[in-house]
Design a protein around this ligand. Structure first.
Ligand SMILES: Cc1ncc(COP(=O)(O)O)c(C=O)c1O
Length: 406
């Protein structure tokens, strides 16, 4: 069958708008399209391919598990799921794990668990969930309504109730709405989709204290920040604050769909048999791949390498910016990096991404004004250099004449 971008418009629901390029092969931090054209991948499938493409460890795990058992549903448990859960509990604050298929589903489980915990422990009145403006928690109707971008949740009829939004990094605004009716506060320790905005250390500590004061659970959505992305296994480990529930997905499977909700034994005890579930959650193939991915990332040398690459990346971006002056801020942690455009170029992040593609570079946006980079955590330093050179060529194609005239 002849497959081209034109077929997309004939057969796919138009909720995505991909470019003309169709990648057919990936290796490390490079991918190739149908015409054999090569690209450097600074996107990593939106912070998913944490070991690049076709890393030998998850490939081996997938091959081996594919010849053992693919699927059992949760009427029975399976070895890869139990091993992965043990590794997650050994490596984090958590004592119990629930497996899902995506970040959204992990968040949905976290939100339902918080509601059920509060209902059982305190009664019906304690049902309020607080989250933050610009946050993103996924696309099921509960998760997207908790997310702080109304554009994503408006226009689908009545929303789930008892959800309130306050201002990120503004403790006073949370203090004004949190009460004994609050059952949980959900937050990203570093907002990804919202524009690569790190939580201030004092804010994150203050949120924990307010949750404790009002007997509310603190849920960290680490779907984007988790599994090494920030240069720590989970971002919370660098904050001095421990959540009650943590969600992980994206990089957890390194490209194979899987999500997980982590919590304490006491909180977990409120999801009794029959209260929540999923056909595919904890699937042996997904868990085997995730186990190999997690084992590879949960390594001090690899995590230190993320922090080194982060410095290299940011320095490179700053050098480009010194020549073109188009960014007002270059920020982020580890290999979750954002470059925010100056007001004069507001709204042009997507154009930069498209220009990058012409130069053989995959990048991302985080809103209209921020170019986002989430490459493989083990991207070779030479690929960072070459990718940045391609990025500069893209910048030059858009802004070169202005910069040179200036
Ligand atoms: C912080 C955060 N939470 C949840 C999600 C949703 O995850 P998924 O697309 O796997 O459902 C995302 C995806 O971008 C995310 O960045």
């Amino acid at each position: 069958m002849q497959v081209s971008r034109a077929l997309f418009d004939d057969v796919m629901v138009p909720n995505y708008a991909p470019p003309a390029v169709i990648p057919v092969k990936g290796q490390g931090s490079r991918i190739w399209d149908q015409e054999g054209r090569e690209y450097i991948d600074f996107a990593g499938g939106i912070a998913v391919n944490c070991l690049g493409h076709c890393h030998p460890a998850p490939v081996k795990a997938l091959q081996e598990q594919s010849e053992k058992v693919w699927h059992l549903a949760n009427v029975m448990t399976n070895e890869p799921a139990l091993r992965l859960a043990r590794k997650l509990t050994d490596a984090t604050f958590a004592e119990r794990v629930y497996f899902a298929n995506s970040g959204t589903e992990a968040n949905e489980a976290a939100l339902k668990l918080a509601r059920r915990w509060a209902f059982n422990e305190y009664g019906e009145h304690k049902d309020e969930i607080i989250s933050f403006e610009r946050s993103f928690h996924g696309r099921t109707f509960f998760a997207v309504s908790v997310g702080g971008q109304k554009a994503y949740s408006d226009g689908f009829g009545p929303k789930p109730g008892a959800i309130r939004h306050t201002v990120f990094n503004d403790l006073a605004s949370l203090e004004a709405v949190i009460s004994d009716k609050t059952c949980a506060v959900m937050m990203e320790p570093l907002q990804g989709e919202g524009g690569i905005i790190d939580a201030d250390p004092a804010f994150i500590k203050g949120v924990r204290e307010l949750c404790d004061k009002h007997n509310a659970l603190l849920i960290f959505d680490e779907v984007q920040t988790g599994v090494g992305r920030t240069g720590h296994l989970y971002a919370y480990m660098d904050t001095g604050v421990t959540p009650d529930i943590l969600t992980s997905a994206k990089a957890l499977g390194g490209g194979f769909p899987i999500g997980a909700m982590l919590t304490t034994a006491e909180i977990a005890s409120h999801l009794k048999p029959g209260t929540h579930g999923s056909t595919y959650g904890g699937n042996p193939l997904g868990c085997a791949v995730a186990e190999a991915t997690f084992d590879t990332v949960n390594d001090d040398t690899l995590l230190a390498g993320v922090r080194v690459r982060s410095e290299q990346f940011k320095k490179g971006l700053e050098a480009i910016n010194a020549r073109y002056g188009i960014f007002k801020d270059i920020r982020g942690k580890g290999l979750l990096i954002g470059a925010e455009l100056i007001d004069e170029h507001a709204g042009r992040a997507k154009e930069i991404l498209q220009a990058g593609l012409k130069e053989g570079l995959l990048s991302l946006v985080a809103g209209a004004n921020v170019v986002r980079f989430t490459p493989s955590l083990v991207i070779p330093e030479a690929d960072i250099e070459e990718g940045l050179a391609r990025f500069e060529a893209a910048i030059d194609s858009l802004f070169g004449s202005v910069a040179k005239a200036g």
